[in-house]
Design a protein around this ligand. Structure first.
Ligand SMILES: C[S@@+](CC[C@H](N)C(=O)[O-])C[C@H]1O[C@@H](n2cnc3c(N)ncnc32)[C@H](O)[C@@H]1O
Length: 310
């Protein structure tokens, strides 16, 4: 199965939380020079005070269309049929679940997240956009993914590296075991992962977001090589000079791919496949094509998908 062909018009995975392009070539600098921003005129409300961080996040970080393309097509490729029910773990605003529901009138989705205000926001702004009949096919649970009990599903999704929140190996294994137990016969676990030698650096990476005219800043704020723990932050900056600092903060462990593959196998998954992104000849950056791979490339920054099958 080849993910949708990259074309200038076709958005490569716009982004994931963790880098401006899905793959960065060696030597590319990340600290781009920013144009001098103007000061907020007296009496004018700074944009940072009025913007909605979830809208800014969804717009700058998520590419739910290409993500569901990948999940839907890969499931079909591996199972010869379409998935009909998914569980989106760490769903946040359930944007990905709503995208899956829109794909077919029989599709159902279960979103699981601990944070009620975020779920409520998703209910109003994302589920709220679904037609009433489609809305009935979405279930949102304010629960812990470690202990949630749901009906058997075709796919469990853990995207935007949210599972990095589990910093202990035993807890990560417990999570993977609970996911495996939640899958219906023929079910598949989909995760993403990021890495590359730049992932372990403390750096900030600004990226201009045309749609909405603001700057998304990915801040690898701290990294401890002894524990592998990292604090990553998302900030937003506006042309009026105002800044929404610490809009999102993540206390993660930077797991490596070999570790994740090993723990998935220890948790009982029989087949673990890494989908590595191809490289555009001319730019050396990611081409949006994710193919099964046994070998990766030592890029400064990369993102990949993983499938785990019981
Ligand atoms: C990075 S956000 C992910 C949002 C969304 N999945 C995405 O792809 O952009 C991480 C989410 O995980 C939730 N979360 C963290 N630990 C959790 C747990 N143990 N069980 C359920 N949700 C959890 C947080 O509330 C937060 O909304």
């Amino acid at each position: 199965m080849t993910p949708p062909p990259p074309a200038a018009t076709m958005d490569k995975p716009k982004n994931k939380a963790a880098s401006s392009t899905s793959k960065r070539k060696a030597g590319s600098t990340v600290e781009a020079k920013r144009a001098k921003t103007k000061k907020t005129p007296k009496g004018k409300t700074p944009r940072a005070a009025t913007e909605d961080r979830h809208i800014l996040y969804q717009n700058a970080v998520q590419a739910v269309d290409t993500e569901i393309d990948f999940v839907d097509d890969t499931f079909k490729e591996l199972r010869g049929r379409r998935a009909s029910i998914i569980r989106e773990d760490f769903c946040g605003t359930a944007n990905t679940s709503c995208e899956f529901i829109r794909r077919r009138p029989t599709n159902r989705a279960i979103g699981v997240d601990l944070d009620k205000p975020t779920l409520d926001w998703g209910l109003e702004h994302n589920a709220g956009k679904l037609k009433p009949a489609a809305r009935k096919r979405l279930t949102l649970l304010q629960e812990n993914v470690l202990t949630v009990n749901t009906e058997p599903v075709d796919c469990v999704l853990a995207m935007n590296f949210s599972y990095f929140i589990f910093t202990e190996r035993a807890v990560m294994r417990q999570y993977f075991e609970s996911v495996r137990a939640s899958l219906a016969p023929g079910g598949i676990f989909f995760l993403d992962c990021f890495g590359g030698y730049d992932a372990f650096r403390e750096l900030t990476e600004p990226r201009d977001i045309e749609e909405g005219n603001y700057t998304y800043i990915w801040d690898q704020h701290s990294y401890d090589p002894i524990t592998g723990k990292a604090t990553c932050k998302i900030h937003f900056k506006f042309p009026d000079g105002s800044k929404m600092k610490d809009a999102f903060i993540y206390h993660w462990r930077l797991w490596t791919l070999p570790e994740i593959r090993e723990i998935l196998t220890e948790a009982g998954f029989k087949r673990v496949t890494v989908y590595w992104e191809g490289t555009e000849e001319d730019t050396g950056e990611g081409d949006g094509n994710f193919e099964p791979a046994d070998e990766g490339t030592a890029d400064p920054g990369w993102i990949c998908y993983i499938t785990a099958e019981p």
